[in-house]
Design a protein around this ligand. Structure first.
Ligand SMILES: O=C(O)c1cc(=O)[nH]c(=O)n1[C@@H]1O[C@H](COP(=O)(O)O)[C@@H](O)[C@H]1O
Length: 235
């Protein structure tokens, strides 16, 4: 798997995406999430893919097993490299997602890696207790979801950097820890609660980092991306 920082293309439409990507000379690893996909659909996936970039399609599926299986079957034909579901959907749902992905991947094509979101990086332990009524610590909840995800046969999880090391120890180094909530030192957190710097992420056990606004909101996105890469690759 490509280990470059994944840039979250959280833009309202194709025009903004192409304007952004046009500033880069190298091939990137990008994330197409709900904001963009709801506007542009599979077309934007195809167009970004045609430019040679790797794609994490982040639609965070969470439904009954049969529905997620069928949806994944459809997504599998879009040629993306990484896709996700919510671990809270349960083991059967995750197994269904994997089956759908296998069934929908065209013969001879490489199957996308499948990961599950544990606790969103915008969640605090207090909010998890109050709103989800989970009585564990946040780290225990994330670890529980990671182990459930591993039992279901998926390739890894989305978590914050704060839990990455514990997941590596419990689930092994090959089990992906994909960590959003990345900020440069002193950068604005926005709606994120569990944040870390790119070098902190590397030191604390992330396998891949997802970076959105620290790059897309920068005056010079190419320079910001290079700074993130330098910190991520330094250790
Ligand atoms: O699955 C994700 O990618 C995801 C999970 C999570 O727990 N937290 C999280 O922020 N994300 C995504 O990662 C990106 C983070 O964006 P920034 O906060 O702008 O860096 C967004 O596109 C989120 O949708």
């Amino acid at each position: 798997m490509n280990t470059k920082p994944i840039i979250a293309l959280d833009f309202p439409g194709e025009k903004e995406v192409m304007g952004f990507l046009g500033q880069f000379e190298e091939k990137l690893f990008v994330k197409i999430g709900m904001e963009l996909y709801m506007q542009e659909g599979p077309t934007i996936v195809r167009k970004v893919k045609e430019q040679g970039h790797d794609i994490f399609l982040d639609l965070k599926l969470h439904d009954i097993p049969n529905t997620v299986k069928s949806a994944m079957k459809g997504l599998a034909g879009q040629g993306v490299d990484l896709v996700n579901v919510h671990a809270a959907g349960g083991r059967m749902m995750m197994e269904g997602a994997l089956e759908g992905l296998e069934a929908g991947t065209p013969a001879g094509a490489k199957r996308a890696a499948l990961i599950a979101v544990t606790q969103l990086t915008s969640t605090t332990e207090q909010r998890m207790h109050d709103e989800q009524k989970i009585a564990l610590s946040l780290k225990e909840s994330v670890l529980h979801y990671a182990q459930l995800t591993k039992q279901a046969g998926l390739h890894g999880v989305v978590c914050s950097v704060l839990e990455a090391q514990a997941i590596r120890e419990a689930c092994g180094d090959d089990f992906l820890r994909v960590t959003p909530g990345i900020r440069m030192l002193g950068g604005e957190a926005h709606d994120q609660q569990r944040i870390a710097t790119p070098d902190g992420a590397k030191k604390d056990g992330s396998s891949l980092i997802v970076v959105g606004r620290a790059i897309t909101g920068a005056v010079n996105p190419v320079k910001a991306y290079q700074e993130v890469c330098n910190l991520w690759e330094a250790n």
